[in-house]
Design a binder for this molecule. Sequence first.
Ligand SMILES: *[C@@H]1O[C@H](CO)[C@@H](O)[C@H](O)[C@H]1NC(C)=O
Ligand SMILES: *[C@@H]1O[C@H](CO)[C@@H](O)[C@H](O)[C@H]1NC(C)=O
Ligand SMILES: *[C@@H]1O[C@H](CO)[C@@H](O)[C@H](O)[C@H]1NC(C)=O
Ligand SMILES: *[C@@H]1O[C@H](CO)[C@@H](O)[C@H](O)[C@H]1NC(C)=O
Ligand SMILES: [Zn+2]
Length: 308
Amino acid sequence: MQLATVLFLAASFVKFASGADWCYQSQVACNHTCTGPDTWGVVSQQCNGGAQSPINIVTRKLLLDERLSPIQLTGYQEVFNGHLINNGHSVQLDLPSSLKISGGNLATKYKAVQLHLHWGRDGGSGSEHLIDGEQFPMEMHIVHIKEEHNSLSQAVKDRAGVAVLGFFFQESGSSNKKFDSIINALNFTTQPTNSTTVSGISLNMFIPPSDNMTKYFRYDGSLTTPNCDEAVVWSVFENTIPLSRKQLAAFSQLEFSDGKQMVGTFRPVQPLNGRQVFYSSGHVAPVSAVLLFLAALVSGTLHTTTLM
Ligand SMILES: *[C@@H]1O[C@H](CO)[C@@H](O)[C@H](O)[C@H]1NC(C)=O
Ligand SMILES: *[C@@H]1O[C@H](CO)[C@@H](O)[C@H](O)[C@H]1NC(C)=O
Ligand SMILES: *[C@@H]1O[C@H](CO)[C@@H](O)[C@H](O)[C@H]1NC(C)=O
Ligand SMILES: *[C@@H]1O[C@H](CO)[C@@H](O)[C@H](O)[C@H]1NC(C)=O
Ligand SMILES: [Zn+2]
């Protein structure tokens, strides 16, 4: 090998190893120099780990975990003005740390840090998690860290340092007014580093109506972008958020740093490697209620019979 080649390879390695540069599969197609999901392991070795996210959630392999009670939200009704930024890979809304979650068999209280989204092209498939192989048009991640940690970078060093709530979107015939403020704000965050303030919002506006945080899937996984730290307790909710096709497509007006449309901002699903996915007790509540009712009826009948 010639010295020049060695130097070139060394330089390439340093470039890769230095990290920051990674991209989604949608960007690889027209730029062979960016590091797509197949080679994120070069950016951070943790991306090759055995407990990565997202995953395909196969419903017939789920196990019920009775400890997965409804997740308690604190401050989600609080109205705040949020900083919305195009971070080059997604659009992110910073959240006040007074917003918290607990319950649902989480080890402790977790405080909110930010939320961001993953989407497809012009309202097409774009969620990260799949349910029985089905991909939804968009997925929202509300990122929380344990109260005791000061930052996300500190929390990712703890196996359960981060708790993410994942919500799927579904296309609906009518628009969802509660998302108007965020979607209008996208006009001002077209290019990476552009940011704006979204006024008068609360997290309650964004989560699915009438869910009560009861029905979700739980597993241990990772951040879905480099450095892919395996520090996340995932709660992926079953109820979806309705948005019109036009609202979903609005996210495709954003741009990556290369000026191309910011679309296909999802990581492909990762192997389970023996991990078990659980579902919450909220799923069976109606069934239990019916069974209890039937049991009461039967015992009542028996009792009556005995009396007679
Ligand atoms: C390709 O991606 C690299 C790294 O993200 C970027 O620096 C470069 O400008 C891109 N080139 C084109 C032609 O988009
Ligand atoms: C944002 O842009 C869309 C068209 O792309 C337009 O319909 C809408 O009124 C704009 N919103 C604001 C707040 O400028
Ligand atoms: C967005 O960022 C670009 C590039 O930094 C800049 O030229 C543009 O003025 C910004 N737009 C807004 C609305 O801030
Ligand atoms: C959610 O909780 C509220 C108040 O506890 C209750 O009135 C409502 O029926 C619940 N909704 C569902 C879908 O369980
Ligand atoms: Zn995410």
